[in-house]
Design a protein around this ligand. Sequence first.
Ligand code: NAP
Length: 244
Amino acid sequence: MLKGKTAIVTGASRGIGKAIALKLAENGANIVLNYRSSSIDDIIDEIEAKGVKVVAVQGDVSISEDADKLIKAAVDNFGSVDILVNNAGITKDGLLMRMKDEDFDKVIDVNLKGAFNTIRAASTIMMKQRSGKIVNLSSVVGLTGNAGQANYSASKAGLLGLTKSVARELSARGITCNAVAPGFIETDMTDVLSDRVKEGLINNIPLKRLGKPEDVANLVCFLASQNADYITGQVMNVDGGMVM
Ligand code: NAP
């Protein structure tokens, strides 16, 4: 389905990003895998085992020079940027009254500014190509808000505005931009929740389970494919029905 395409996935060292990189590779895309600090040797082997090429680029997406470097690596190694998945994200939770300036700024810088940085850099190439698929990882809390996550929810809501603006600005050049809003997915990010909290969450999920990274990767892969050519500016939840 994606044979010969070049896909960039940010924050792909673990969790949802890793699952997305593997799913895109399984469908034939060559992968530019961005990571910040985790070890990635195993993932490289797993991706190569799917018969595609992979290039790993260390970098912090909140730094615009690092984002530029990532896009350049795709062009230098594979000659195009067909798919950009903005997955890198962090949390620094805390109640509003006690939230430090740096905790607010850091989350916005990585989650929102990071996506802006990579999209700006990729857009030049995609506009020349007159094609491209951009998928941004938002969250259901970007739609609903969440106590203790003012910074994170704001960054994820901001991503929705960014997604729709990019969709409007670049659609004339054949570029689509959509957002995926996961609910609670089993990764390191949600591993910090107690069993009691997880049980409470599951009670509010119609499908009665937390999501798996692959549940999100399946939708991202669809949005990155030609099967989604007529879909842009949309937000799609992967949340077991939690928000509807
Ligand atoms: P995770 O397990 O915590 O992994 C986060 C990934 O982002 C890691 O690979 C991390 O790299 C990378 N990263 C963090 N800061 C970065 C930076 N400045 N530059 C480049 N990479 C960076 O998170 P996850 O659960 O897979 O979440 C992935 C995305 O889905 C995030 O945007 C998250 O907000 C969103 N999401 C997750 C859930 C959920 O329930 N898990 C729900 C809704 C939305 P290192 O390994 O080097 O730290």
